[in-house]
Design a protein. Structure first.
Length: 255
């Protein structure tokens, strides 16, 4: 209010000085100041509003397995029974089919956005990506077997490791899945992957944790500190410490 009062008084004073030639040049200065003050006093606070999804677009009937962003800031939502994208306004669902370029299965077990923000989809019937040509590119198993993708991980050397129901794979130069024979696989125990900071990988199970270097050679084996809990089993390596989540217990191991 003080600023507006000053502007009004200045306008009145200068209006009374019309006979002064030099003052005439400043006649409209208070008006300009008034406009600037009005513009500066405008509320510029950004309002954050929750995004809403139309009833026909709701995803509540599916169990969500993962959400990642691609290089166009498009959200990909993987579900046990569906795959969808959300651009902030609309939801688009994808169906599976037996033809080339289609999604191998709508049972999406995991998703991963790599260092190039390429989105990888692990389904119950194989691995695929979504290309700029609006088609899905599949990566078949070298021997022609159908594998169920359980988890995807990217090492610090930007190598993709694929955990399946048949073992651990990498993507070979021919865009096929190649088995990594040096990584042990126990189909009777649920396992999780956790990349380290030096191109290697941790394989976690309720019975223990095994470390593999960037050549996927075993270097270290640690018994599990818990009681074989497989719920919420996960880990992350920070420098020379391995932080392990087992159930509701968080443990720090010095390496």
């Amino acid at each position: 209010m003080i600023i507006y009062k000053w502007v009004f008084e200045s306008f009145f004073f200068l209006s009374c000085q019309k006979k002064n030639h030099e003052m005439k040049r400043l006649y409209f200065l208070p008006v300009i100041l008034l406009l600037l003050v009005s513009a500066c006093s405008h509320n510029t606070t950004t309002t954050v509003r929750p995004l809403s999804v139309a009833p026909q677009q709701r995803l509540s009937s599916f169990r969500i397995t993962g959400v990642v962003l691609d290089n166009k800031d498009l959200a990909w939502i993987g579900m046990e029974g569906a795959l969808a994208t959300f651009d902030g306004t609309n939801t688009r669902f994808f169906s599976s089919g037996g033809s080339d370029g289609s999604l191998p299965s709508t049972d999406v077990r995991c998703l991963l956005s790599d260092h190039n923000q390429t989105v990888w989809f692990g389904t119950a019937k194989g691995l695929c990506t979504y290309s700029r040509y609006n088609v899905f590119k599949s990566y078949p198993e070298r021997d022609g077997n159908t594998v169920c993708i359980l988890q995807l991980a990217e090492t610090s050397d930007h190598e993709l490791v694929i955990m399946t129901d048949r073992g651990y794979y990498r993507v070979a130069d021919e865009s096929v899945l190649e088995l990594i024979p040096t990584i042990r696989h126990d189909p009777l125990n649920p396992e999780r992957m956790a990349p380290d900071h030096d191109g290697g990988l941790w394989i976690l199970s309720p019975t223990g944790f095994v470390h593999y270097n960037r050549s996927f050679e075993e270097t270290l084996s640690i018994p599990a500190p818990g009681e074989g809990i497989d719920e919420n089993l996960d880990a992350i390596q920070v420098k020379d410490e391995l932080w392990v989540l087992q159930g509701r217990t968080l443990t720090c191991l010095d390496l």
